[in-house]
Ligand binder design. Structure first.
Ligand code: NAI
Ligand code: MG
Length: 364
């Protein structure tokens, strides 16, 4: 059993990062004690915390640890203290560095509305109740990485800003495969989002996704233009199961989908490489406005740990236990400030973590 032990690199980061990661580690401890989960952890500095200690937001030791581990659990990075810094050493730079160095090309963002939080959404209950969709966003290609890029001054003094939208076939194929595999494990419906009517690059996207789809006859594939997809997400989001799209479109649509569910403190994410290794983090940032007060919602980070077990350790049993424990904690009526409503009990970050741990223990 000893040598079967897996390793998670834990990168708490800045602001509320350390506060919420601490709660996820409590959950992991409980899994070790109650369910014989053999997982080691090792912590390292990232973001502003790493910059303060070493002068760089992604020190080589941190990158090495992340590369050597089976998975990475990250809190959040950034904050006003580091905003005056040059972009090359800003804390956020560490995220891009980790994504590209680890080859994390597939970003999975579920948007689930918990029935216990039905009134947290700004949309009408009938539009969002029971919402459970998953956006698969391409994360290491497209216009965010295409060259040429930059701002130039032409001979006549006119300035031009350039970014290049470029995808090769293999980049599209691998993200499509992740999306189809994911759809197979869910409702077997996949909507690919592009702008094939205007952008040639995404015409290729549509072609390649369709080709990959021939290997997944059980999945019902549809295509949608991104402008319509944005509208449909707000009009009737429950029509979707899994969506797959480019880096830029995915950035925008996944934030839109996230907000259908009410609180950013509830939403986890996974970023995966070709072999299933991944980095797991809440979608929110370091929340400097509430950092250090012990009131942040740790559930997005705990749910990210659940995704880690699901997608990297392929341990659906433990993943489902974590999901159920979060639901049970919500059922018990405890709420951090961001999800509090009349009739529920307002609790701290640590108390919310304790409630999840208690619910897990009750499953043992
Ligand atoms: P943010 O997500 O940190 O905060 C937005 C709002 O949501 C704030 O009012 C905050 O208090 C609240 N919030 C966020 N997480 C919460 C939680 N778990 N529980 C309760 N409330 C929560 O976004 P913001 O303010 O735009 O960025 C703050 C810093 O975080 C910036 O330096 C930004 O660059 C960085 N950032 C880092 C990310 C990452 O590490 N992945 C992602 C987004 C932003
Ligand atoms: Mg974003």
């Amino acid at each position: 059993k000893e040598n079967m032990s897996k390793k998670i690199a834990v990168l708490p980061g800045d602001g509320i990062g350390p506060e919420i990661v601490r709660e996820a580690l409590k959950v992991l401890d409980c899994l070790r004690q109650e369910f014989d989960v053999a997982v080691e952890t090792e912590e390292a500095l990232v973001g502003g915390a790493a910059y303060d200690a070493t002068g760089t937001p992604l020190p080589p030791e941190t990158l090495e640890l992340a590369k050597a581990a089976d998975a990475v659990l990250l809190g959040a990075v950034g904050g006003p203290r580091w905003e005056p810094l040059d972009y090359s050493v800003r804390p956020e730079r560490a995220l891009l560095g980790l994504r590209s160095e680890l080859g994390l090309f597939a970003n999975l963002r579920p948007a689930v509305l918990y029935p216990q939080l039905a009134d947290a959404s700004t949309l009408k209950p009938e539009v969002v109740s029971g919402l459970d969709i998953l956006i698969v966003r391409e994360l290491t290609g497209g216009i965010y990485f295409g060259k040429p890029r930059g701002v130039r001054t032409l001979d006549d003094g006119e300035r031009v800003g350039i970014n290049t939208l470029i995808y090769n076939e293999s980049e599209i194929r691998r993200i499509a495969q992740v999306a189809f595999d994911t759809a197979m494990k869910r409702g077997k419906r996949l909507c690919s989002v592009d702008k094939a009517n205007v952008l040639e690059c995404t015409e290729l996207w549509r072609e390649v996704v369709t080709e990959v789809g021939r290997d997944y006859p059980a999945v019902e594939l549809s295509h949608m233009y991104v402008d319509n997809a944005a509208m449909q997400l707000v009009r009737a989001p429950k029509q979707f199961d899994v969506m797959v799209t480019t880096n830029l479109f995915g950035d925008i649509l996944s934030d839109c989908a996230a907000m259908l569910t009410g609180s950013i403190g509830m939403l986890p994410s996974a970023s995966l490489d070709e072999k299933g290794k991944g980095m797991y983090e809440p979608i929110h940032g370091s929340a400097p406005d509430i950092a250090g007060r012990g009131i942040a919602n740790p559930l997005a980070t705990i749910l990210s740990l659940g995704m880690l077990f699901r997608y990297t350790f392929h341990d659906e049993d433990i993943a489902a236990r974590i999901d159920k424990a979060v639901e049970a904690a919500l059922d018990s009526g405890v709420r951090t400030a961001d999800i509090w409503s009349e009739g529920t009990r307002k609790v701290s970050t640590a108390e919310m973590g304790d409630a999840v741990v208690a619910a897990l223990r009750a499953q043992a």
